[in-house]
Design a protein around this ligand. Sequence first.
Ligand code: UTP
Length: 289
Amino acid sequence: MKVRKAIFPVAGLGTRFLPATKSSPKEMLPLIDKPLVQYVVEEAVAAGIEQIIFVTGRTKRSIEDHFDSSPELESHLEEKGKDKTLQAVRDIADMVDIFYVRQKKALGLGHAILCARDFIGNEPFAVLLGDDIIDGSVPCLRQLLDLYEHYRGSVLALEQVPMEQISSYGCVAVNRITDRIMEITDMVEKPKREEAPSDMAIIGRYVLTPAIFQILEKQEPGRGGEIQLTDAIKRLSADEAVYGCLFEGVRHDCGDKLGFLKATVDLALKRDEFKQEFGDYLREKMCCL
Ligand code: UTP
């Protein structure tokens, strides 16, 4: 069955970005001129996703407004003859069918996914986390979907990270099938460095089979007192094969302040309008270090 639907869990509290995220969502922080969440929605659409459900919480209403039409703004831009900007604003609202459900309490990523169960039904689906911005020639989710279509099992995006950072991630043990493709044999959420089974971390893109919902329904809180998606996928892997994909592309961890700064610099240096002047500015700054 084709993967048509994607879940965007955006109900987390975004504590690492406080106070910026006190009353507005982390997912709306702009990387240059686009909110984080728009980059990720564009990736999902480019990968062939037809319907998206946001799992939202309090303070997340501006995400809904962003993907809605905006008649006053549109007529203002039309009057001023700003056709290019007008088109960009209209394109956002027309990009894809979007639905919303509320997670009333931030009980964990696993619980957030369970909140979208009725919308997904008995179909395989994708999950995309708005923190991870992935820049690559083939959308990361498309790479995962290609594997799903081949193996017909759940697929997780993996990245090799320095061992001193592994305790910030879900970590996997694997049997390698090729350099980039593996079958996952074990998973641990945020392990201590000495207990990590590998240097491979789970990144915020997943394709999951609907069997995950029965497991999530009974999943007890795990690390941090949260209902962890990683724990549920580990149990899923006892019943059916779960695969990992070392994707091609550059990932920016925009849920973290340093990662966000690096992403801003990287993307700015790729934009024709900034490349020269911003590059000169950075070189000047480097000389003073
Ligand atoms: P994070 O662990 O990054 O948490 O959640 P967070 O709240 O977004 O940010 P920090 O760590 O406090 O700064 C990973 C993803 O899971 C979603 C988040 O919105 C984020 O996309 N999430 C997490 C939920 O939707 N609900 C939850 O209960 C927890």
